[in-house]
Design a protein around this ligand. Structure first.
Ligand code: NAD
Ligand code: TDX
Length: 331
């Protein structure tokens, strides 16, 4: 299979490319990535001899058309992904997430190529903190932030292209990922690298907000399964029963790093901050027999801490700039 991976130099995409090279050597992988601030050619160094990396924008219709014409399938990860950045400046999110997905859809339509579109649980909005409810494939879309609104728009385009043009596409909506190569702007790597660089970790508001954590490798195994055996036109929710409130995650990280669990700062809360995300992954279990392998969150966090300890040269050049931006926003 000739596989085109958009956004393959980002956190989840790079881990996906590593896994495909390792576990499916029959696949030929081309990565299309704009190498924005969030993209990292270095994240693909371990597989550099096994793949082709094309630097380009996913909204560049000619380039996307040419690459898709030489592919059997597309795994579409490319997106602007950070909620706080979207709140500060939404424009790049419309271009990358909406126009970029439109460009991919037009190209797969023209060439009859299979598409898997990677999306997020944030399109469903948020859930009350304590009622035990979870998102399912039937939950109505209700995005809260400019980021989630653009991801929702992209999902809607995919659904319309399936229905109107018979495009062979699937969609997955996953919960919060953690693991190696995640940008230091995101919650878990930010706190780990704050400790490692002598800064105090930063918690938004009271930390009551709940996220449903999944290891990036479990997400990516689901993406591969859906690409291979998913039902065309279907949406799959991916989650690993990993609900934790932010305060608990913060205290666990500090304990695992040998610090006092209360050694962090409360900072200005995110505007419109979604309260809780939670995924019901039954369809994925029942139809594709997927189950997460990283079921012990604490040992997953320990491995992730070790990875950031051992790979300081990867994250250190990003750290000062990210923290300067946060400081400007009072976070
Ligand atoms: P990331 O920000 O780490 O990586 C995004 C990648 O896309 C980067 O390599 C960047 O250079 C590239 N990119 C951005 N704009 C581009 C453009 N216009 N053209 C080409 N490439 C571009 O993001 P991530 O966390 O790896 O997320 C990957 C996908 O998974 C996204 O679609 C995101 O919405 C989705 N997702 C993420 C999570 C999560 O917890 N991180 C959860 C669910 C879904
Ligand atoms: O320093 C911080 N302190 C803090 O308390 C940061 C960066 C975040 N937070 C909170 C905000 C959220 O409640 O931690 C939680 C997680 O924040 P993020 O890592 O920014 O993730 P989130 O907003 O939940 O979105 C993530 O999951 C879904 C990804 O960034 C999205 O791309 C994905 O779609």
């Amino acid at each position: 299979m000739r596989l085109l991976v958009t956004g393959g130099a980002g956190f989840i995409g790079a881990n996906f490319v590593h896994a495909v090279v390792r576990e499916h050597p029959e696949a030929t992988v081309t990565v299309l990535d704009a190498l924005t601030y969030a993209g990292s050619a270095e994240a693909l160094d371990p597989v550099a001899d096994d793949i082709t990396l094309v630097r380009g924008d996913v909204s560049d219709t000619e380039l996307v058309n040419a690459l898709v014409s030489e592919s059997d399938a597309v795994a579409h990860f490319a997106a602007e992904t950070h909620v706080d950045n979207a709140l500060a400046d939404p424009e790049p999110f419309l271009r990358a997430n909406v126009i970029g997905t439109f460009a991919v859809l037009e190209a797969v339509r023209r060439h009859g190529v299979r598409l898997h579109h990677v999306s997020t649980d944030e399109v469903y909005g948020d859930l009350p903190l304590d009622d035990g409810s979870r998102f399912t494939e039937a939950t109505p879309y209700n995005p809260s932030s400019p980021y989630s609104a653009t991801k929702a728009a992209a999902d809607m385009l995919v659904r319309a292209w399936v229905r109107s043009y018979g495009v062979r596409a699937t969609i997955s909506n996953c919960s919060n990922n953690y693991g190696p190569y995640q940008h230091v702007e995101k919650f878990i790597p930010r706190q780990i690298t704050n400790v490692l660089s002598g800064r105090r970790p930063k918690l938004y508001g009271t930390g009551a907000n709940v996220r449903d954590w999944i290891h990036v490798d479990d997400h990516n195994r689901a993406v591969w399964l859906i690409l291979e055996r998913g039902t065309i036109g279907r949406t799959y929710l991916i989650g690993a029963n990993g609900e934790r409130d932010n305060l608990s995650v913060m205290r666990t990280l500090l304990r695992l790093m040998g610090r006092d669990p209360d050694d962090f700062d409360h900072v200005t809360d995110r505007v419109g901050h979604d309260l809780r995300y939670a995924i019901d992954p039954s369809l994925l279990h029942d139809e594709l027999h997927w189950a997460p392998k990283h079921t012990d969150f604490e040992s997953g966090l320990e491995e992730t801490i070790d990875w950031y300890r051992s790979n300081e040269s990867w994250w250190r050049p990003l750290k000062d700039g990210v923290e300067a931006n946060y400081a400007e926003r009072g976070q």
